[in-house]
Design a protein around this ligand. Structure first.
Ligand SMILES: Cc1cc2nc3c(=O)[nH]c(=O)nc-3n(C[C@H](O)[C@H](O)[C@H](O)COP(=O)(O)OP(=O)(O)OC[C@H]3O[C@@H](n4cnc5c(N)ncnc54)[C@H](O)[C@@H]3O)c2cc1C
Length: 391
């Protein structure tokens, strides 16, 4: 097993690290960083910096102006981008756009790619992915999907309620999951593409939440007789859940990559503080209680990195990687949260203030244990697999 990075990838990682340190971290104090994520002006400026540095779209194919990195390449570069929570936004590889770009590259027709994917890869537009619904609709259990798309002539009429939709406010288009009814028959879930703003797609609330690093924040969306032409079906009718898997496995892994970068940052800030600050006659790092917390951080970060890179390597070999991506998603979300939590503790009172980025990382990273499958749902599916005969 060769764990060495090839020289091109190592050089790219270095470039991204320097870019984030020199150009992006100084932008973290920009007042356009709002409670609902960086505003459009800040996002455009950040994307401009990455464009200038030739670092846009590490995850996109060269045909669409990207770097065409392998999953392993992405593991290295997206971790480096995540060292600042603004890094992935600058490099156009933040959620939900990154997963949506991947989905469109795999599933969309050429005409749909030209219309929706191209402008997004140029950093000109953002998108959103509308799946989750409030009770009694789809959440952890996608089979509870309540939003309907009823065929009327050459269009579908979509009705339902979505919530927690990241980036809906300001998105140029949405990918909407709905149960499809044609001539009274339920054909299962379908994904639809929809330009925004659109009549029948109404944002009723921008939700206040613990996290604040996703552009556009999270919205409640009312779908009230939204009309979508049948040409704007993404892929085939009834294949929505299958395409959701196409999106979810790599998308949950890229979340791990970015959050690993953020957790590393929190750890580095805490380590620096522990090496400078003194209490009871010595540097904090000399106290076993602090040293052990830093050591546990190192262990959590190292094992997360190994698990992410292993799963990325599996995907590069053509494996589905659903079990491994579940395992590493649970591990990464919990380990990175522990790292951020210890970093707050080591910084003492400063840890809960906005004098360092640690406070924001701690708040933002918490939700990762919930989206893209809560930890319990992944554990449940891992256990279910184990329970199958012959497993
Ligand atoms: C910051 C953030 C951004 C998001 N962005 C998007 C987005 O852009 N688009 C989108 O469609 N959705 C998005 N979501 C929604 C997210 O995907 C859902 O929150 C997630 O799927 C869980 O669904 P739920 O919130 O309805 O929780 P519920 O389904 O109500 O589950 C609540 C809890 O029940 C437990 N649970 C559920 N099933 C099991 C089980 N089988 N075994 C044991 N315990 C279980 C878990 O602890 C779970 O956390 C986002 C969520 C957050 C927090």
């Amino acid at each position: 097993m060769d764990f060495a990075l090839n020289p091109e990838l190592a050089a790219l990682e270095k470039r991204v690290r320097e870019f984030v340190a020199d150009r992006i971290i100084p932008m973290e104090s920009d007042p356009r960083r709002t409670a609902h994520g960086p505003d459009e002006g800040l996002r455009a400026d950040l994307v401009g910096l990455a464009r200038e540095a030739g670092l846009l779209n590490p995850q996109v194919s060269p045909e669409f102006g990207g770097m065409g990195l392998s999953h392993l390449g992405k593991a290295v570069v997206l971790e480096a981008s995540g060292y600042s929570m603004l890094g992935p936004i600058a490099m156009n590889c933040a959620a939900p756009d990154e997963g949506n770009m991947h989905l469109l590259e795999v599933v969309a027709s050429d005409a749909q790619k030209a219309r929706w994917l191209r402008p997004m890869t140029e950093g000109r537009t953002r998108s959103c992915f509308c799946m989750t619904e409030p009770h009694p609709g789809a959440g952890s259990d996608p089979a509870l999907l309540k939003t309907t798309a009823v065929k009327r002539g050459d269009r579908f009429v979509v009705t339902g309620r979505k919530w927690l939709i990241t980036g809906a406010d300001g998105a140029a288009f949405a990918i909407i999951m709905a149960r499809t009814l044609v001539d009274g028959e339920d054909l299962g879930a379908t994904m639809f593409l929809c330009d925004l703003p659109a009549k029948g797609f109404r944002i009723s609330e921008s939700i206040d939440s613990m996290d604040s690093s996703f552009a556009g924040g999270h919205a409640v969306v009312e779908l009230e007789g939204l009309e979508i032409p049948e040409t704007d079906v993404l892929g085939e009718i009834g294949q929505g859940f299958r395409y959701a898997q196409v999106r979810l496995v790599p998308a949950r892994l890229t979340h791990c990559m970015r959050w690993l970068g953020a957790a590393q940052r929190a750890h580095d800030i805490a380590t620096r503080y522990a090496k400078e600050r003194e209490a009871f006659g010595q540097k904090l790092i000399g106290h076993e209680g602090v040293g052990f917390m830093l050591a546990d951080n190192e262990i959590d970060l190292h094992l997360t990195r190994l698990g992410v890179r292993h799963c990325a390597w599996l995907l590069d070999q053509g494996a589905r990687g659903s079990a491994e991506s579940s395992m590493i998603k649970v591990h990464a979300s919990e380990a990175c949260f522990r790292v951020a939590d210890r970093a707050v503790q080591i910084l003492g009172g400063m840890g809960v203030t906005r004098k360092t980025e640690v406070e924001r990382i701690f708040r933002d990273i918490r939700a990762f244990r919930i989206y893209d499958g809560p930890s319990e749902v992944h554990r449940w599916s891992i256990a279910r697999r184990l329970g199958k005969p012959g497993a």
